[in-house]
Every structure is written in C-alpha cells, then in structure tokens.
Design a protein around this ligand. Sequence first.
Ligand SMILES: *[C@@H]1O[C@H](CO)[C@@H](O)[C@H](O)[C@H]1NC(C)=O
Length: 509
Amino acid sequence: MVVIQEPLSALLAILLLLYLMKRWWSHQHYPPGPLSLPIIGSIWRIRFGIGLNERTMIKMSKQYGNVFTLWLGDMPIVLLSGFETVKEGLIDHSEELSGRASSPYVKFIGKGKGITFSNGDLWKQQRRFAVGTMRKLGTGRKSMESQIEVDAQKLVEIFAREKGQPFDPALPIINSVSNVTCIMLFGHRFPLEDENFKELIDAIECTFKFGGSPVHILFELFPWILKRLPGPHMKALESIKIMFSLGKKEILKHKKKLSSREPQDFIDHYLLHIEKEQKNDPTSIFDEDNLAHCISDLFIAGTHISALFMQWAILLLTNRPYIQDKIIKEIDDVLGSSSICYEDHKQLPYTNAVFHEIMRYRYVVLIGTGRQTTKDVNIGSFFIPKETVVIPDMYAILHDPQHWETPEEFNPNHFLDKDGNFVTRKEFLVFGAGARLCLGEHMGRMQYFLFLTSLLKAFHLQLPPGVKELSEEIVIGTLLSPKPHKICAVPRESSSKSIQNAIDSELTN
Ligand SMILES: *[C@@H]1O[C@H](CO)[C@@H](O)[C@H](O)[C@H]1NC(C)=O
C-alpha cells in the first residue's frame, strides 16, 4: 500500500502545484483584487466580508483602487469605479466595451438574441432598428408624448379614487408605466386587474429578484449541475417563458391584422421589416424569435426601472412637502393654469433639478448588466484582455464625494447654479453611457416628467395620519427598491373640481 500511495500523493501534489501555478499565472493578466480561492473565486469577499448593498463596490474600490478584479469561480469580472475611470471605459473606449457579458445564466435566458443580451452584428442591427422605430413612433399624430399624457391623466384619476385615504402607490405606478410601454410595443394597454398583466409583472419581478441571489451565483459557478436541479433558477426561467409566450401571442395577433392596416406599433414595424429583409436576404437576423426577445428586453427595461424611479420620487417628495410646494409655485408662476408638456421642463429649472436629484440620490440599479470587452483594452494603467466581463459602478459615480457637494443628502442644488439656473452634470450617468446607452432615455425622461408634474399639480402627497416619516431605506436586489409604504394623495383645491369631473364622467361611461 505504502508503495502505491507515495507516488500517488506525489502525483497529486504535482498536479495541485501545476493547477495553482496556472491559476496564479492566469490571474496575473487581470487587475488586482481580493484574494481568490480555488473553485469559488473571490465572491466570498462580498457574501461573507463586506456584505452586498449599494456601497459594496465603493468600499472595495477604496481598498483595491478604481479598477479591480473579482473572480466568480474562474471567471474574472473587472469593476470600474469613480467617474474618471468609468468615463474612460464607457465613453473613451465605447467600442471596446460594447459587448454584453455572456455569463452562463445570461446565455441560458438570453440565448444571444434580442437587444440586451446579444452581441456583435446581431446586436448592432437589432439596436439600430429599435432606435429608429422608437423615433418613428415618437413622432406623428399619435405621438408618444400624447400617449404619455393620456396615461398621466389616468394615473391621476386612479390616485383620486383613493379620496385622500392611505394607499400603496406601487401597483398603479407600475401599471401606468407599463401601459406606456405596451402602447409602444403592442398598441394597447392592460387593465390593472388583467391576469396576463399580473402574470407578466410577477414574472419580471421574479427574474430581477433572482439576479444576484446566492442561487444565481451558484448557477454561474456550476451551470451544468444547476440546469438539472429544481430551484428558484427554474422559476426565473419559467418567468422568461411567460414573457416570451405573451410576446408570441401578441406577434400572432399582429400578423393577422397587419395586412389590413398601417403599422402602428413596434411589433407591426418589426414584422414588416422581417418581410422586407427576408426577401433580400434569406439569412436575415430579423425573425420572430428575435422579435420576441426584443419585446421582453424593451418591456423589462421600460417598466420596472422607470416605475422604481417614480416610486422613489413619490416617497421622497411625500417626506418633503416644502419641495412639493416650491415645485407647484414654480409651475404656477411660469405656466399659469395652462397644461404642461415635456418641452416645459426647460422653463422649470427648480422642478427639473429636483427630478434629477431624485434619480441621483436614489439610483435604482445595484449592478448593471455587465459589458464584455470586444478587444484588449487599457483602462487607467491596467490591461484588460479581450472577452473580459466589465461592470461599471454607476451608483458610486452618483455618490462620489469628489463630484457632489453633499452626496448622501438630498440636495436639488446639485443641479442648480447660484442664480437658480438648471445645470447639466456630466456625472449624471443614470441612463448609462457609450454604445449601450439606454434606448428609452428620451421616452423615460418624458414619462417621468409628465407623470410627476401631473400628480403634483393634482395632489398634495402626504404622510398617512400618525406616520412621522416614510423610510428611505433601500431594499437590496438587482434593483434598489423602497420598502412597501402608503401615502395619501390629497387633492389640491384648484384641481379637485376637474378630477371630480373626470371621475364622474368615468362613472357615467
Ligand atoms: C392601463 O390601461 C388600462 C386599459 O386602458 C386601464 O384600464 C388602466 O386603468 C390603465 N392603468 C393606469 C394605471 O393608468
């Protein structure tokens, strides 16, 4: 036995040594970072050391610098922190960082199709088409802005139905925001009580909750095992399927109607494009599968994130009635009683500054979907090889003490000069930057502005009786949400009559 065991252990020792040397060697190619252990990498540092929250990366960058590597098993993830570094990465090296990280989970759900999770030529073409189509849909008689105004008014009516009593605004807000996205994508809206709608919202929530969870990390480490086991990752997968089947149903409905009408929404335009492309090029990458992925990508991006910004806005403003009053005064002084349109934001510097400050103070994305380098690239003094996952820490930029006077305080002056003019801040990277800049920025801004001004014109947002303050604590997930809460929307005198009329007319309809 002894004779056999000795060479065996010697062999094992040599193999282990070779393995460690290989690991050490491969780690030399990447920026430094916390100690990486075999198999699990350095993710343990987050779970068991620093804790996962919106400040995790800020704390790590203090220790390891503005460019550092975290190892997820043997997959390196390079993190960028600080405005200058992120700008250098996303803007100066926009092309090199335009890839989308394809981790095992991303491959599992995204299949490399659509816009968010695709890469290369396919991504470029789908994105270009989506940008162009959204622009087309944004102009013309039934423009996006007038649609958004309709939805803003509906939201005001729904708030008014609560008659100033405490209620949780979360569901009406998400319904309202998703109505805007649905009009653009499908050409119709969903009633709040619709089963399809509820299923869809739950599905999206489920995928967001899964992102960053311990099981998600296990999935990235051991995909081949997890794919065969039951668990929350299967529920997340199920949710994706729900989104696709809804998309496919809509595609089918649109195909039936399309021959008899002008294209009205995203699906119509895409279907026509498929037809056109396939005539010229049978290998075209425009097909119904990609369309279904585009639908779910645009829907996911267009609803939960915008809705969360809106929820935070309502919460923060409810805690700060004096800011609501200042906004209303500005609107009254500048616009009088005439109705408000998006263009008006240029004349309302204080209102605009408050709305920007809300997005800065309570930015809603914990860790954005990673990029992937398409070429070798140097950022700062660090070399990052081709096909490395890179994640910029947007939260840190929006709270960087070198760039904001009071990063941890809600302070509209961050966006005002001393004469009260609105100032654009280059550090305001809420919509991202570079090649993967948010597609829906214009629509998102319009919606945010019109929804909030409509609500503020109609209501005093107030704390429920007996409540001193709403908690501004952040609930950590892939997205950063507020705790569930209730508010009271008490009609302002000037507006209560017109709202009452609106309700009456709805009741008689
Ligand atoms: C969304 O649209 C549906 C259908 O038009 C409507 O019933 C519902 O009230 C809308 N929801 C909101 C919050 O505006």
